[in-house]
Write a protein that binds this ligand. Structure first.
Ligand SMILES: Nc1ncnc2c1ncn2[C@@H]1O[C@H](COP(=O)(O)OP(=O)(O)OP(=O)(O)O)[C@@H](O)[C@H]1O
Length: 278
């Protein structure tokens, strides 16, 4: 029996997005006969940073790839306001949806500035306009890449390259921003700064941002909405203080946890057996 069927606590009511936000209805997906997503319903309002949480293999990347148009599904719908995102042509979708995958094949001989400029491709004519240049410089600056702008990607550390991919996505000026574990290679300072930047961009530009992330505490701190996937189903959806239930998280992740609400912050800690650190 899956964990979901055994859940003792009720699933939080899905958050209602304002019209115009990202609306996901009844999305299903299978790799061959392996069913990975089951009846996924989710709404992310414009201006909201939403964390997509769940154990390894729960379907976070798969859902993100469907929203990005990398994978196709025959069952379910994805809308941005009145627009059917699944029916859009790739170039049109690229004007409204930016996607930072877990790993990316950006040409390594490019400089940082050139790689970030690629984010303007869906909007640009043959040559970048003054606005394109300004948007690229803004993204470079926001991600703290000013000093690296002329460096080749091949000469960067993993974390620096990850920041370039995020800058490229911001330069796209999307309405939907999809980030698949964007902080996995970042040190603590850049994890925090990146999440702050994405939250700020979402709020200021009215972007619906969805971020697959493993750190429950960062998600609680920076994301107005958290969504927990387990076995391809959403089992919690809401603001972290309500959505984080110790019993539910314990069942989903397979270890006991404690949820604390202190000083306006919700934090999750594993509860270790006595002797676990002996
Ligand atoms: N290309 C593929 N072909 C077949 N099965 C796949 C493929 N990609 C992923 N899967 C399977 O689909 C399920 C969901 O994988 P997915 O990558 O979406 O999970 P995830 O929640 O993003 O995991 P992680 O936290 O480890 O990144 C897993 O069982 C995985 O083995």
């Amino acid at each position: 029996m899956s964990v979901v069927q055994e859940l003792a606590v009720p699933v939080a009511a899905p958050t209602q997005a304002a019209p115009g936000g990202l609306q996901i209805h009844d999305v299903e997906f299978a790799y061959g006969r392996h069913q990975v997503l089951r009846g996924v319903n989710l709404a992310v309002a414009d201006g909201t940073l939403c964390a997509l949480l769940g154990p390894n293999g729960s379907g976070k990347s798969t859902l993100t790839k469907i929203l990005a148009g990398v994978l196709r599904t025959k069952k379910g719908s994805v809308r941005l306001g009145d627009v059917d995102l699944l029916a859009m042509r790739p170039r049109e979708r690229a004007k409204v949806v930016a996607y930072v995958p877990q790993s990316s094949e950006v040409p390594f001989e490019l400089t940082v500035r050139e790689a970030v400029t690629l984010g303007r491709t869906p909007h640009m004519g043959l040559r970048p306009t003054a606005e394109d240049v300004a948007v690229v410089e803004d993204a470079i600056q926001r991600l703290g890449l000013d000093g690296l702008a002329e460096r080749r990607l091949s000469d960067l550390s993993g974390g620096q390259a990850q920041r370039v991919l995020i800058a490229r996505a911001l330069a796209q000026r999307p309405r939907v921003l999809l980030l698949d574990e964007p902080t996995s290679a970042l040190d603590l300072r850049y994890q925090v700064e990146t999440l702050q930047i994405v939250r700020q961009v979402a709020r200021e530009e009215g972007v619906a941002a969805l971020i697959a992330i493993h750190d429950l505490n960062h998600a609680a701190t920076f994301c107005q909405q958290v969504v927990l996937l387990d076995g391809g189903r959403i089992v919690a959806d809401g603001a972290a203080p309500e959505a984080y239930d110790a019993d539910l998280l314990g069942q989903v992740y397979g270890l006991p946890v404690e949820v604390r609400h202190e000083g306006g912050q919700t934090q999750v800690r594993p509860v270790l057996d006595e002797g676990a650190l002996a």
